[in-house]
Design a protein around this ligand. Structure first.
Ligand SMILES: [Zn+2]
Length: 455
């Protein structure tokens, strides 16, 4: 018996007997169709093949890039070929940050080229770079204690991985903290639990109270080494060069395709992920995989001739990574129909072995989605927990729409997240097919239930 079965057993013991009659009715009514969807998804390798073609043909899809727009064009064309309804792009203005060339070099106590990625939104350095002594700190608190040592230096935050949320603060806010004590540039240990000398990029931002200084990520291996050098004593000097700059906003699109409902087409379950990525690797797991899994879930239902009462709408939001412009624009453009968006489901944690969904909504709605989750027990993907959502559906959820994030085995996600190594070979076709099955069953049943999901 695995951990998850033990956990379910424990939940049963804590919650008492499940399934009042009305809720079991969901399982009874939809068991056959759910099994059919799961069987079809697992027998079909189109999701992985399409994802492979998408990322090999277009590469990364960074906001402002031509590759993002060509990838959106291609998906829209393919959705039309699939026979989806209402296939279109919805224009959105997005930020346009460009990395340019960049390099980092350890100069003292010995020379070494440091693999580096500038952080999204950072200013660049002068053309010759910034050459300065390094002050290594482990935390914001240590930086405050050693503030007197910081002026004129490059501050390196060698913050150990403590989960994404706590550790990512050094990426998002590190530059301001370093600038506030007089640093001329800042660097971070890449935000990851595991590294093979791969730097991780990601978004950062500036406040208005301190000068804007360049901010970049080096690898955990190099951050640890430089930290050890400081502990031994002696001068450490690094030269950091970044051409990064922010250009005027450009137009991108949220991509949309639907399976129109049979009797309540104006009501919809939204299913999606973000089509943009960072400007490194292929963004295969973050988040082309989520978009393609959602799209394939709907294509599969279409091909099976399954048309639920309500519509299921695939949305590929643009610009999640460095602005959330797509998510905010989608909410703004659809505010008038917010009551008709029954549920929004996002996949943005990679397409690995699916475990279930995290749900954000009322307890009454949770009871319903938990019942639907039981239909996913055959692939062990029926673990529905309270609490969840996603960055792109966040604006809809704050406007009152129930939301759900696909949960997957995230063991390896942050190894590759925002790196050159986020490529298709890290994903598994069977696991991706299971993600398609989980999303298709959840979306289909919620879209087809006689009663609208409670709010
Ligand atoms: Zn993502």
């Amino acid at each position: 018996m695995g951990y998850r079965s033990t956990a379910s057993l424990l939940a049963l013991m804590l919650l008492g007997p499940p399934a009042v009659a009305a809720q079991s009715a969901i399982v009874d009514q939809y068991r056959d169709v759910a099994d059919r969807i799961i069987e079809a998804a697992l027998a079909d390798s189109t999701a992985y093949e399409r994802l492979t073609e998408l990322v090999d043909r277009f590469g990364h899809r960074f906001s402002g890039s031509v590759s993002l727009e060509r990838a959106i064009d291609w998906i829209l064309e393919e959705m039309r070929v699939d026979g989806l309804d209402n296939v279109h792009g919805e224009p959105v203005m997005v930020p346009h940050w460009v990395r340019g060339r960049e390099s980092a070099e350890l100069i003292e106590p010995r020379r070494r080229t440091l693999p580096v990625l500038g952080l999204g939104g950072s200013v660049g350095t002068p053309p010759q770079g910034v050459r300065a002594q390094v002050l290594v700190v482990e935390s914001f608190a240590e930086l405050r204690e050693r503030a007197a040592e910081a002026p004129g230096k490059i501050v390196l935050f060698d913050a150990p991985w403590d989960g994404y949320g706590p550790t990512v603060q050094y990426r998002t806010r590190g530059a301001d903290a370093a600038a506030a004590v007089g640093a001329v540039a800042s660097m971070i240990r890449s935000v990851t639990p595991y590294s093979q000398q791969t730097p991780h990029t990601g978004v950062m931002s500036y406040g208005d109270s301190v000068p804007r200084i360049p901010h970049a990520a080096i690898t955990p291996e190099d951050a640890s080494m430089i930290h050890r050098m400081q502990e031994r004593g002696g001068r450490i000097v690094v030269r950091l060069m970044m051409e990064a700059q922010t250009l005027p906003d450009v137009e991108s699109r949220n991509l949309v395709g639907e399976l129109l409902g049979s009797t309540l087409p104006n009501e919809a379950v939204i299913l999606g992920g973000h089509i943009d990525s960072w400007d490194v690797g292929q963004g295969a797991m973050d988040d082309a995989g989520g978009v393609v899994a959602a799209w394939e879930a709907v294509r599969l239902l279409h091909d099976l001739g399954l048309r639920p009462r309500r519509s299921i709408r695939v949305v590929g939001w643009t610009n999640e990574e460095n602005g959330l412009a797509g998510a905010n624009a989608y909410r703004d453009a659809h505010l008038a129909e917010i009551d008709d968006i029954v549920l929004a489901i996002e996949s943005d944690a990679g397409v690995f072995k699916p475990l279930g969904f995290g749900f954000g909504g009322t307890p009454a709605a949770y009871e319903v989605v938990r019942e639907v989750g039981r239909l996913l027990d055959p692939i062990d993907a029926g673990d529905i927990r309270m609490g969840g959502g996603g960055a792109d559906i966040g604006p809809l959820m704050r406007a009152g729409v129930p939301g759900m994030g696909l949960t997957v085995d995230g063991t390896r996600y942050f190894w590759y997240h925002h790196t050159e190594a986020d490529t298709i070979d890290k994903l598994d076709p069977r696991e991706m097919a299971e993600c398609v099955a989980a999303m298709a069953v959840m979306a289909y049943v919620i879209a087809d239930l006689p009663e609208k999901l409670p709010r």
